[in-house]
Write a protein that binds this ligand. Structure first.
Ligand code: GLU
Length: 309
């Protein structure tokens, strides 16, 4: 059994060592509210299954959750539909960009996995199950509040409005899938999807919210049931293989943990049986994963000996 890593020391070291990289990558600029975030921000939070918590930098600062929300909607949709959900969405890495439409034509409207946009939109449609968007987003928001223990988590209305105003590709994906009978309500689903991407969350809250995935589907601190052990394991498997779009292999190679990135610059990573880590820095690499965030995770995992490989 390896000795217990000194997490306080490791988190402080990573915080110090990342200073030289701050400002690296390119901040998402498809909407103004994301484009104006300071590229030099950096936050990191770790929480272990036995409740030890450490953080550094801007771990207290809210950022746009974006595609990391897809992990939580997948959890909710699996609770609602069970295995049937997998008839509508696959679980293979796509090797394509996050908003690619090409594969959908070949694969008859069934997206490769729940973490590319098409797949996440199907998952949100399944979760909504004919309900109005206000009910769907309330369920997702309340889930995040329950998991993090913070009842101020909410949608940023400016981001949600811009997402809707610029979401032409997401509309195309949803309509295309509608054409293959894999989408019930395009408009309601997208309104919910744009809002789930616009939730504001801090590293501290996100690490806490993801902790059930490190602990077989049950929150190790509150003891609350979130999902079954089998589903928690499978969600983590899809995070490992598909969590970073067409750079998922790179992330597994360098970090070696199940993870999910978002274009807001956040990454949630799971250390099975041990901990959840959230990191945030807005500059992105070419595939849309936080440039400094991925570096920070690589160093942390190395120092803690936490890679699953
Ligand atoms: N709101 C973005 C979109 O759907 C999310 C993309 C991401 O975080 O990767 O286009």
């Amino acid at each position: 059994m390896p000795s217990k890593p000194d997490l306080a020391e490791i988190v402080a070291t990573v915080g110090r060592d990342m200073q030289q990289h701050l400002g690296g990558g390119k901040v998402a600029d498809y909407i103004p509210a994301l484009a104006r975030v300071d590229a030099r921000r950096f936050g990191l939070a770790v929480i272990t299954c036995d409740g030890e918590a450490h953080e550094t930098g801007d771990a207290w600062m809210p950022f746009s959750i974006q595609s990391i929300s897809k992990v939580f909607t997948l959890t909710l949709a699996l609770e609602r539909h069970g295995e049937d959900l997998w008839k509508r969405v696959g679980r293979e890495p796509s090797g394509s960009r996050f908003n690619s439409i090409v594969q959908l034509e070949h694969e008859r409207g069934v997206p490769r996995n729940p973490f590319i946009n098409a797949g996440a939109i199907v998952v949100t449609d399944a979760l909504l199950a004919g309900r109005p968007p206000a009910e769907g987003i309330a369920e997702i928001r309340d889930f995040m509040r329950m998991l993090s223990g913070v009842d101020t988590i909410d949608v940023d209305p400016e981001v949600a409005k811009s997402e809707a105003a610029t979401g032409f590709r997401n509309y195309s994906l949803a309509n295309f899938m509608r054409g293959f009978d894999n989408m019930t309500s395009v408009e309601e689903t997208l309104q919910t999807y744009f809002q789930q991407c616009s939730l504001r969350i801090t590293c501290r809250q996100l690490a806490r919210a993801g902790l059930f995935l490190a602990n077989g589907g049950t929150d190790p601190i509150s003891g609350a049931y979130v999902t079954t052990p089998e589903r928690a394991r499978r969600i983590a498997a899809v995070m490992m293989t598909c969590g970073h779009y067409d750079a998922s292999g790179e992330f597994a190679f360098h970090v070696g943990l199940p993870g999910k990135s978002g274009v807001g610059g956040g990454i949630l990573a799971i250390v099975p049986g041990r901990a959840a880590i959230a990191v945030w820095s807005p500059g992105l690499d070419e595939a849309g994963t936080s440039y400094v965030g991925a570096r920070a995770l690589e160093q942390l995992v190395k120092l803690a000996g936490w890679s699953v490989f």
